[in-house]
Write a protein that binds this ligand. Structure first.
Ligand code: BES
Ligand code: MN
Ligand code: MN
Length: 455
């Protein structure tokens, strides 16, 4: 075993304690009252890098949350890996559904439970510790590394694309390494080679100029909540096909090869249903559950509100109705184009009894990594050395829009080396991360750098 792998085994308890300290910081990016926690999390990581005696460590302020940057490039003849991760987390609500408080990490059955445990503090911290395993054993890091850890991923990274565009030279690299995805299951090391994009819309349907008595006016004046429901029902047909004209025009269909590879993955539909307490799955006709959730576009209502939702009954005909609706996209769909198509269609199906307003929130491009990229082979080898299992390659349904921007702005592929698993409950109550996979993740990251140096 290498010195670095030995160091990781010997120091894993210390690494866990540090991770728990990071998890105690409630760095929720969408909550402006949590700005001090954002700063604290950024400084925590900055201090880590500062203790490794690296060539450059810097906190970059942005109009939003700071970006933690570190760089150590002592080699002329070795590749440069840019590690990306995010230290911001989703809000913890609904707090009452957590078995223990979201920002007080608890270890149970080999997992640590806390907001951000998997997404993305636990996963991204593996790479920080991999660097430590070289530096604290008096070794050079086997390849050149750069780190960019941001604090706005969960709000759509509004300041990250400008940052990478403005710092193209500084960020020059041969590949990006990201641990912010999931493995297929326990003991199933996986490399994600595709992510979906996102178009996120908000709609408002306005009827009469005030809330009305539903007995006095009901039946004679249009009800915006009824209309909104009818309009939403027109967004998809019974076969799960999205009805927005032009929506599928740029979708690249799965190849036969891809469909075979997807079908060969160890996906257990019965266990999937059981884990969600559902009797049946649902989705676009003609596709498997795994295809639907990773390589096909989709549309979901994320929230809907209006009218009376308080205790008891209030007979009211509401003046307004609202919904948040998002679409997951696949190559080559363009988030702006899809947002426009949605807006056009949504306006076109509105009856003349209401006024409709559509707002386009953040979006992001989908991405697919070239499977022949040499970095993927090194990553697969590292996984296999540490997990002693063959690596699975699959696409995933979540979005990391910056991956497409890394390709566009820096011209490089991203390696999505996830250490989480789908059942980690990211964004949900009781988010968790396996401590064994935290340990194996650190070793895989360090091993990856060693393998790359030999390549
Ligand atoms: N880490 C996730 C994305 C993810 C999760 C990818 C699981 C693959 C598997 C990331 O933090 C996230 O939540 N992204 C958002 C998009 C963003 C623009 C708000 C998402 O997918 O909803
Ligand atoms: Mn994430
Ligand atoms: Mn997330």
């Amino acid at each position: 075993m290498s010195k670095s792998q030995e160091y990781i085994d010997q120091n894993i308890s210390k690494f866990e304690e540090e991770l728990f300290d990071l998890l105690r910081i409630p760095s929720v990016s969408t909550d402006s009252s949590k700005k001090p926690a954002i700063k604290e999390a950024a400084n925590f990581l900055l201090n880590q890098f500062e203790s490794f005696d690296l060539e450059r460590v810097e906190l970059f302020e942005t109009p939003g949350n700071p970006i933690v940057y570190a760089e150590h490039c002592p080699h002329d003849d070795k590749p440069t890996v840019l590690v990306y991760g995010h230290y911001d987390v989703q809000p913890s609500d609904p707090d009452e559904l957590w078995d223990s408080p979201a920002f007080e990490p608890v270890v149970k059955d080999g997992n640590v439970y806390a907001r951000g445990a998997s997404d993305d503090k636990g996963q991204s911290y593996t790479h920080v510790k991999a660097i430590e395993s070289f530096r604290k054993t008096g070794q050079e890091i086997p390849v050149n590394v750069k780190f960019i850890l941001e604090g706005e991923e969960e709000i759509g990274s509004p300041n990250l694309v400008p940052f990478i565009t403005d710092h193209k030279d500084m960020l020059e690299c041969d590949m990006v390494l990201i641990s912010d995805t999931s493995m297929f299951g326990k003991d199933m090391p996986s490399i994600t080679y595709g992510l979906r994009g996102l178009a996120y819309m908000e709609v408002e349907v306005v009827g009469p100029n005030r809330d009305l008595h539903s007995g006095v006016y009901g039946g004679a004046v249009e009800n915006p909540l009824n209309v909104l429901c009818e309009m939403i029902a027109k967004l998809k047909d019974e076969d799960g096909r999205i009805q927005i004209p032009g929506f599928y025009d740029k979708v690249i269909d799965l190849t036969d090869e891809e469909r075979e590879a997807s079908a060969a993955l160890p996906f257990d539909e019965e266990a999937y249903k059981k884990s969600l307490d559902i009797d049946a799955v649902h989705g676009e006709k003609g596709y498997t559950t795994h295809e639907r959730a990773s390589a096909r576009p989709t549309l979901d209502v994320n929230g809907i509100w209006g009218g009376y939702t308080g205790e008891g009954a209030k007979t009211v005909l509401p003046s307004k109705a609202n919904a948040k609706i998002s679409m997951r996209l696949v190559p080559d769909q363009h988030p702006k184009e899809i947002a426009e198509l949605f807006t056009e269609y949504f306006n076109s199906i509105a009856p003349d009894t209401v006024k409709v307003k559509v707002t386009d929130h953040h979006g992001g491009h989908p991405s697919v990594t070239d499977l022949s990229f040499y970095g993927l082979k090194a990553a697969a080898q590292a996984f296999e050395d540490v997990f002693e299992k063959e690596v699975l390659f699959s696409r995933e349904g979540g979005s990391i829009p910056i991956v497409a921007d890394f390709k566009k702005v820096l011209g490089v592929e991203s390696i999505l080396m996830g250490f989480g698993i789908t059942s980690d409950a990211i964004h949900s109550p009781n988010e968790k991360f396996s401590l064994q996979d935290f340990h194996r993740g650190i070793k895989t990251s360090a091993r990856f750098l060693e393998i790359l140096a030999e390549a």
